[in-house]
Ligand binder design. Structure first.
Ligand code: ZN
Length: 237
């Protein structure tokens, strides 16, 4: 004979009672699991809360290096804008010194270049930038030289680490440079109160590299490498 348990006026076989109890325990377990973790949990963005400055060199009256109809000021602006997009997608607040073809001359009196640089610096400082990336292209008399290279302010250990992280990613992503980071003296890096690096994205004096730098695909690749370098530097701190 099958054992029967009486619940109120309904008679159920003990086997069925066990199944119902097991189902109840399972439901309670699932409920506690769902309640203990948010259903919409997302990984935090890697650059959340960071203020990053992007300084595309030259602009306006100052074209920088020129090779045929390719101008440094246009190449570095395009790369800077791609970098801005990547950084924003990573959660950063991005401050561009310029987002179009312009310079920073409020008055034409005095040494133009110095005034331009001082005004760039003011934008960066007033915006509370925490990390600064200046973008330039290189140019030599010879067409032999090529490859992206990152510079840091001599004596800055943090600058050296940042430059190294970006150089590593440029080597890995662009796959066309074996250049090493180099220290030097640069107005923006020296005078700025935050850490920074200057990225020479390649040589316009090398026809093959100049042609590459003029394409959006390559500009994006370089911007992506700089972005990954920034992430790598910050995650190692
Ligand atoms: Zn330059």
């Amino acid at each position: 004979m099958i054992p029967v348990i009486v619940i109120s006026t309904v008679k159920l076989p003990a086997k069925h009672i066990c199944i119902i109890l097991l189902l109840l325990i399972f439901c309670l377990f699932c409920r506690s699991c769902f309640l203990s973790r948010p259903l919409t949990a997302q990984a935090p963005l890697p650059l959340s809360g960071m203020v990053i400055g992007v300084d595309p060199g030259h602009g306006g009256y100052d074209p920088g290096v020129i090779k045929g109809d390719i101008k440094e000021k246009d190449i570095v602006l395009a790369i800077g804008l791609f970098l801005r997009n990547y950084l924003q997608q990573g959660g950063a607040w991005v401050v561009m010194t310029r987002d179009r073809d312009m310079d920073f001359l409020e008055a034409v009196a005095g040494p133009k270049k110095r005034l331009d640089m001082q005004n760039r610096l003011r934008i960066i400082e007033e915006a509370g930038v925490e990390l600064l990336i200046s973008i330039h292209t290189n140019g030599m008399n010879s067409s032999l030289w090529r490859g992206a290279q990152v510079f840091y302010q001599q004596g800055s250990e943090e600058g050296k680490l940042l430059a190294g992280a970006i150089q590593d990613e440029l080597r890995r992503v662009a796959k066309n440079t074996d250049r090493q980071i180099k220290g030097g003296d640069f107005f923006m890096l020296r005078e700025a109160s935050m850490n920074g690096a200057l990225v020479e994205v390649g040589f316009l004096s090398n026809p093959e590299e100049a042609a590459l730098l003029a394409t959006p695909e390559y500009q994006k690749k370089i911007a992506w490498a700089i972005y990954l370098g920034i992430i790598s530097y910050l995650s190692a701190r």
